[in-house]
Write a protein that binds this ligand. Structure first.
Ligand code: MN
Length: 142
């Protein structure tokens, strides 16, 4: 069982995603916009975040970049959800720091497979797991 933050503005997509997560025994924290998602991520420290790329106001990739820059949330794996099967979205999601990328509509087998992978393997964000004495590559200004 994992605590999963879902940032999704479309009610039908939120319903489907929540149903799939509940079916797999996970706890869902819903957020309808990036600002709420950022607040919940800090306060609740979820095990995983599913974030829609297209959100009103701040988009999912901008929110991901903020989460990955904050040491308090950098280690939480993030799966970007895109309604557009666009290669550019995948590249942009990787640049923003997303750990995985899924194209909507969600297919439950793919969702579960990606989640299992991310939840089982400890995530090595560059600015968190660098051993003392080694340069922390994630902290270089870019
Ligand atoms: Mn959306």
């Amino acid at each position: 069982m994992a605590k999963v933050l879902v940032v999704e503005d479309n009610p039908a997509n939120m319903k489907l995603t929540s149903m799939l997560l509940h079916s797999a025994g996970h706890v869902v924290l819903p957020a309808v916009d990036a600002e709420t998602g950022l607040r919940l991520a800090l306060a609740e420290q979820p095990d995983l975040i599913l974030i829609d790329i297209q959100l009103p106001g701040m988009d999912g990739l901008a929110a991901t970049a903020i989460l990955k820059e904050d040491p308090a949330t950098a280690a939480i794996p993030i799966i970007a959800l895109s309604a557009l099967a666009m290669k550019a979205d995948k590249e942009r999601s990787q640049t923003a720091g997303c750990d995985a990328y899924i194209v909507k509509p969600l297919r439950y087998k793919e969702l579960y497979a990606v989640m299992d992978h991310l939840l089982q393997e400890p995530q090595p964000p560059a600015n968190q797991t660098t051993p003392p004495g080694l340069p922390a590559t994630g902290q270089h200004p870019t």
